[in-house]
Design a binder for this molecule. Structure first.
Ligand SMILES: NC(=O)C1=CN([C@@H]2O[C@H](COP(=O)(O)OP(=O)(O)OC[C@H]3O[C@@H](n4cnc5c(N)ncnc54)[C@H](OP(=O)(O)O)[C@@H]3O)[C@@H](O)[C@H]2O)C=CC1
Ligand SMILES: O=C1O[C@H](COP(=O)(O)O)[C@@H](O)[C@H](O)[C@H]1O
Length: 518
């Protein structure tokens, strides 16, 4: 069955997003869980604190199987005391029920309706936002229940929206099955597939950076760029989530979603405008032009001690680290070794082509915690300075210490004509003192309330993303590829660095960027 997104003339691509008001119910399913406690409720609290959620129109419901009172749920959320938090907690109610029986959802609907009628809302004008902070295995039954028992009777401007967390499926066919299932229950405009990396400040900055600065436009191509790394490193392991992680592994947990979304924004063409569907169209085009990752372009690792977690199987080969590179297919379908070319001449107004290797790298239990995009430029042709200082690099530090810096070679200050590596540095902490950078979840929940799908993953995007990784994942799942051991707190296996070198990355020795202190 084709999964192409068919849009009607009434589609929102040309409509401006209209701010909505009125009774809003936010229902967090899986309210007893880790994500709800760590991310969803804190994000809702921050939105409340900043006035985006108003006491007179919003109510928050927690739903899960665990037997809890309203106060019990509030106790789980309460981490600190403040007057605002007390007011916020008053908005929260808990409903206990299963994920596949009608009783719980009938009760939930009754509670939501009671809240709506208390606020004298006309039937059909209320807004219902369901946030699935649940394992994906229960999405089908939960969505069916919502569809059957909890929809807003939306014909007077009200709506029902569903936020689903990753991982959306385990491979192409399971993702497609899940998509078809959800697609039978909800329209694409009701579904918000969240990827919280799309809510990070410096990820959102990519569009502005690339398309509002003349400086980058002529540089952002294969003539100038040698390679691009998109890196995620954590200095802690699976930390009590071993049971979940062992079923998914680092590719499904981080690379197929978070890093690939960042990749799209780095590699895509300029969209016609900032309308969500135009941006998502460009992301799909990029994904569709990427070849499935070849096993020989991949290094897998597993840190020593990973299997000490009792919820991880003793013969687990699940990778906790992966480095892979991907290139682009040529227009005529031929692949050229590492320097693969891709042309979208037929699809875009402005021809943009690249043969730049992208290296996607993610690992847990490494020697540092950071996420960044590292664009390395080619050597200067005809170098008259015999500089051995290193290549120019443009680094976008997504976290921690958000920053963008450009590594440059300059004259070493002094009487001699020698060179040194330095940087042009835009460190957000220093440049934007006193500005609170919003948490990703905060932004994305607000987008959902506003009906802005720009920073959410569309169904065809998801399909294209799974197409890239599924053959590799099947090989790993089938035991055809082995994870190399690495020491927790290290850089990972040496083979990972060798792969970087194979992709053309040249390390600058002796240069370390230090975030400026205030
Ligand atoms: N935790 C995190 O940091 C992140 C999580 N995510 C995603 O968010 C979603 C939720 O994650 P998280 O909160 O960690 O998950 P949890 O394992 O904490 O599960 C959430 C809740 O779901 C219920 N639940 C757990 N296992 C099952 C099961 N097998 N069948 C039915 N219900 C179950 C439990 O509630 P009860 O028993 O009370 O019904 C639990 O409290 C997942 O899709 C995850 O991939 C995404 C990014 C980060
Ligand atoms: O989705 C996930 O992300 C977190 C990392 O998120 P960050 O915003 O702190 O970078 C990761 O720890 C977790 O394994 C994964 O499921």
């Amino acid at each position: 069955m084709s999964t192409a997104i068919v849009r009607s003339p009434s589609d929102d691509r040309d409509l401006d997003i209209v701010p909505e008001t009125g009774c809003l119910s936010i229902i967090v399913l899986g309210a007893s869980g880790d994500l709800a406690k760590k991310k969803t409720f804190p994000a809702l609290y921050h939105l409340f604190k900043q006035g985006f959620l108003q006491s007179h129109e919003v109510h928050i419901f927690g739903y899960a199987r665990t037997k809890l009172s309203d106060e019990g749920l509030r106790d789980r959320i309460r981490g600190w005391e403040s007057e605002d938090l007390v007011n916020f907690l008053h908005l929260i109610k808990y409903v206990s029920g299963s994920y596949d029986q009608e009783e719980g959802f009938v009760l939930l609907d009754k509670e939501i309706s009671r809240h709506e009628s208390l606020r004298n809302i006309q039937v059909g004008t209320s807004r219902r936002l369901f946030y699935l902070a649940l394992p994906p295995s229960v999405y089908p039954s939960v969505c069916k229940m919502i569809r059957s028992y909890c929809m807003n009777q939306s014909d007077l401007g009200g709506w029902t929206r569903i936020v689903v967390e990753k991982p959306f499926g385990k491979d192409l066919s399971s993702a497609e099955e899940l998509s078809s299932h959800l697609g039978e229950l909800f329209t694409e405009s009701q579904l918000y597939r969240i990827d919280h990396y799309l809510g990070k400040e410096l990820v959102q900055n990519l569009l502005v950076l690339r398309f509002a600065n003349r400086l980058f436009m002529p540089l952002w191509n294969r003539d100038n760029i040698a390679n691009i790394q998109i890196v995620f490193r954590e200095d802690f392991g699976t930390e009590g989530r071993g049971g979940y992680f062992d079923q998914y592994g680092i590719i499904r947990d981080i690379i197929q979603n978070h890093l690939l979304q960042v990749f799209c924004l780095v590699a895509m063409e300029k969209p016609v405008s900032l309308k969500p569907e135009y941006i998502r169209d460009e992301k799909v085009k990029v994904l569709q032009s990427v070849l499935p990752i070849a096993p020989e372009d991949v290094v897998l690792g597993q840190y020593d001690g990973y299997k000490d977690d009792p919820t991880v199987s003793q013969d687990s080969n699940t990778p906790t680290l992966q480095v892979s590179s991907c290139g682009f297919i040529t227009k005529d379908g031929k692949v050229k070794d590492w320097l693969l070319f891709y042309f979208l001449l037929a699809l875009t107004k402005v021809p943009f082509s690249t043969g730049v290797p992208f290296i996607l790298k993610a690992g847990k239990a490494l020697n540092s915690r950071k996420a960044e995009i590292r664009v390395q430029f080619k050597d200067v042709p005809g170098d008259i300075l015999s500089q051995s200082q290193g290549r120019n690099e443009f680094v976008i530090r997504l976290q921690p210490s958000e920053a963008m810096y450009m590594k440059l070679t300059v004259k070493k200050p002094g009487l001699e004509m020698s060179t040194i590596q330095s940087e042009l540095d835009l460190s957000y902490g220093q440049r934007y003192q006193g500005v609170q950078i919003p948490e990703a979840y905060e932004r994305l929940i607000l987008d959902t309330i506003r009906g802005d799908q720009q920073h959410f993953v569309r169904r065809d995007e998801l399909k294209a993303a799974w197409e890239i990784f599924t053959p590799l994942l099947h090989k790993i799942d089938g035991g055809e590829m082995k994870s190399l051991p690495y020491k927790p707190g290290s850089r990972g296996p040496a083979e990972a660095d060798e792969l970087l070198a194979k992709a053309g990355y040249v390390q600058t020795h002796g240069y370390i960027w230090i975030p400026p202190t205030l």
